[in-house]
Design a protein around this ligand. Structure first.
Ligand code: BES
Ligand code: MN
Ligand code: MN
Length: 462
C-alpha cells in the first residue's frame, strides 16, 4: 500500500460519514421551498474546504445562490488548478419510486457496486464527486505534498442553468485565473474500463404552450368542430422527427460537425454491449436516428426530446372535455458548433410556422448552453491519463459524453483554459432518477486518483 492508499483506508469511515452528512441537506435549487437548505449546504462546504487546507475561503453572493470559493496558493510561479463542482441537486421526485428516502443516505451493495454504494439524491451528481476533491486536498495538505496552487469554485445553481455563475466568472477573471480547470461531474465506462470525458453536448430548453378556444369545452358539444390544443400539440411534436428520426427543423443540422470515418471507427473501439444496454433498461430494441450507432446517437449527434407534456383532465375516472390549453417542455441536446441561441430561435420560428389556424402558439425559451470538446493533445489530458494509469493500472479511453455542463464552454471563452472532465460515476448510478447512488469504490478511487493529476500536471508544466 502506498501513502495515499493507507491514508484513505485509515480515514475511510470519516470520508464516508462526512459525505453522508452533506447528502442529508436537501439542496434542491429548482424549488424555492428549499432555499435555507441550499444556503446551509454552501456554509457546510465552506467549512469543509477550510478544514481540508484552504488558506482562504469565501461565500460569494450572487443574484441567486452563492458560489463557494476557496484557495491555497503556495507559490505564484507554480501552476494553478481550478476545481469546479456543484452543491445543488435535482428535485427527487417521484418520491414513491425511491427504495429509501432521498435525503436519508443508506449504503447498499448492487451488482455494479459489490463494495457498496451510497443511495441519496446528489450522491453522484455532484456532491459525492465534488467532495472527492475536498478529501484529495485534505490528503495533499495533511501530508505536505500539494505540488501546485489550487482554487475551488463550487456553485449552487448548476441544475437550473448556472445563470449567475456566468456573471461571476466574467467579473472575477483575475481571482479565477488558472492553468487548467478540473471537474468531476461526469461518468466513466465501467470500474474496470476507465475513461475520461472529452466532450459535452450543448443544450436548448424550451417550453411551448398551445391555446385553442378561450375556455375548456364539452367534448360532445364542441369536439370535432374546433382545434383541440392537445391533439394539435401532439401532432406538431410528432412532425419534429421524420421517418428516419432526423429532426425536421429547417437549418437545425447546418453547423453540426460530421465526424470522419476514422474518428467514428476510433469511437467504436470503446467496449459496449448492446445486449447489456437493452437488458439494463428492459427494452427489446434501441431507437434513434438512422445511420448512427447507440454511442453516436447519445454523444456526437444532436437530439430533440419532450421532457414533459400536460393539459386537460388527468384525474381519476373520465371527464369529457376539450382543454383550452396544452403544454410541453422540450430539450434539444446540441453538439459543438451548434449555437444554442440560434437553435432556440430556429425552433421558435419553425414551431410558430407549423401551427395550424385555430390555435395560438407561445414558445418560451428556458436556458441553454454551448457544447464542448476537450482536445487530448494537451498536458491537462495527459496528466489525467497518467493519473488513471497509476491508480487503475490501465490507460483511460477518451469518450465524448451526452450530458451537458453549459458553463464549461464559457470557462474556455472567459478564462482561456481547458477543462479536464475526470468523472467517476457510472451511467447506471441513476443521476436525476429515483435511487441515485455512488459507488464507495468509485468515491475512494476518485480521492486516490486526483492527487496524481496534480503531480503530473505540475511536472508536465515545467
Ligand atoms: N453532471 C450533469 C451532467 C453530466 C452527467 C454530463 C453525466 C455528462 C455525464 C449535470 O449536473 C447536469 O445534469 N446537467 C444538465 C444541464 C443543466 C443545464 C441542467 C443536463 O445535462 O441535463
Ligand atoms: Mn452535475
Ligand atoms: Mn445534474
Amino acid at each position: 500500500m502506498n501513502q495515499i492508499q493507507s491514508y484513505i483506508s485509515e480515514h475511510k469511515n470519516r470520508f464516508l460519514n462526512e459525505l453522508i452528512e452533506l447528502l442529508k441537506i436537501p439542496s434542491i435549487s429548482a424549488d424555492s421551498a428549499y432555499k435555507n437548505d441550499v444556503l446551509k449546504t454552501a456554509e457546510a462546504i465552506k467549512i469543509s474546504l477550510k478544514k481540508a487546507g484552504c488558506d482562504y475561503v469565501e461565500i460569494c453572493k450572487t443574484d441567486g445562490y452563492p458560489i463557494v470559493y476557496g484557495e491555497k496558493i503556495i507559490d505564484s510561479n507554480l501552476p494553478t488548478v481550478l476545481v469546479y463542482g456543484h452543491y445543488d441537486v435535482q428535485p427527487p421526485d417521484p418520491l414513491n419510486l425511491w427504495d429509501s428516502p432521498p435525503f436519508e443516505p443508506v449504503i447498499k451493495s448492487t451488482e455494479k457496486h459489490p463494495d457498496g454504494a451510497i443511495f441519496a439524491r446528489g450522491a453522484c451528481d455532484d456532491k459525492g464527486q465534488m467532495y472527492m476533491h475536498v478529501k484529495a486536498l485534505e490528503f495533499m495538505t495533511a501530508t505536505n505534498q500539494l505540488p501546485c496552487n489550487v482554487k475551488f469554485m463550487i456553485e449552487g445553481e448548476e441544475e437550473v442553468g448556472s445563470a449567475n455563475l456566468a456573471t461571476f466568472v466574467k467579473n472575477n477573471q483575475e481571482k479565477l485565473k488558472n492553468d487548467v480547470i478540473l471537474i468531476s461531474d461526469t461518468g466513466m465506462i465501467a470500474n474496470d474500463v476507465p475513461s475520461i470525458t472529452t466532450g459535452l453536448r450543448g443544450l436548448s430548453y424550451v417550453e411551448v404552450e398551445v391555446t385553442g378556444p378561450n375556455r375548456d369545452l364539452h367534448s360532445g358539444l364542441y369536439g370535432g368542430a374546433v382545434a383541440n390544443p392537445i391533439n394539435v400539440l401532439t401532432k406538431m411534436i410528432a412532425s419534429l422527427h421524420d421517418a428516419n428520426n432526423h429532426i425536421t427543423i429547417p437549418g437545425f443540422y447546418d453547423n453540426v460537425e460530421e465526424l470522419s470515418k476514422e474518428e467514428r471507427a476510433e469511437m467504436a473501439k470503446a467496449p459496449f454491449s448492446l445486449e447489456n444496454y437493452k437488458k439494463a433498461l428492459d427494452i427489446d430494441a434501441v431507437y434513434g436516428e438512422a445511420g448512427y450507432t447507440t454511442n453516436e446517437r447519445n454523444s456526437i449527434r444532436p437530439t430533440l426530446d419532450v421532457n414533459g407534456i400536460w393539459g386537460g383532465y388527468t384525474g381519476e375516472g373520465a371527464k369529457t372535455v376539450i382543454a383550452s390549453k396544452a403544454y410541453a417542455k422540450i430539450s434539444m441536446r446540441l453538439v459543438p458548433h451548434q449555437n444554442w441561441e440560434e437553435i432556440t430561435q430556429l425552433f421558435k420560428t419553425h414551431f410558430e410556422n407549423i401551427a395550424p389556424k385555430g390555435v395560438k402558439v407561445n414558445v418560451k425559451p428556458h436556458h441553454g448552453g454551448q457544447g464542448y470538446v476537450t482536445p487530448i493533445d494537451n498536458i491537462g489530458y495527459q496528466a489525467a491519463s497518467k493519473a488513471y494509469q497509476d491508480t487503475f493500472g490501465k490507460t483511460p479511453i477518451p469518450q465524448r459524453g451526452g450530458g451537458s455542463i453549459p458553463i464549461v464552454a464559457l470557462f474556455e471563452e472567459e478564462l482561456k483554459s481547458k477543462t479536464i472532465l475526470m468523472g467517476f460515476g457510472l451511467d447506471s448510478d441513476a443521476i436525476h432518477s429515483p435511487n441515485e447512488h455512488f459507488g464507495i469504490w468509485n468515491y475512494l478511487k476518485g480521492i486516490e486518483t486526483i492527487p496524481y493529476f496534480y503531480k503530473y500536471f505540475t511536472e508536465l508544466s515545467k
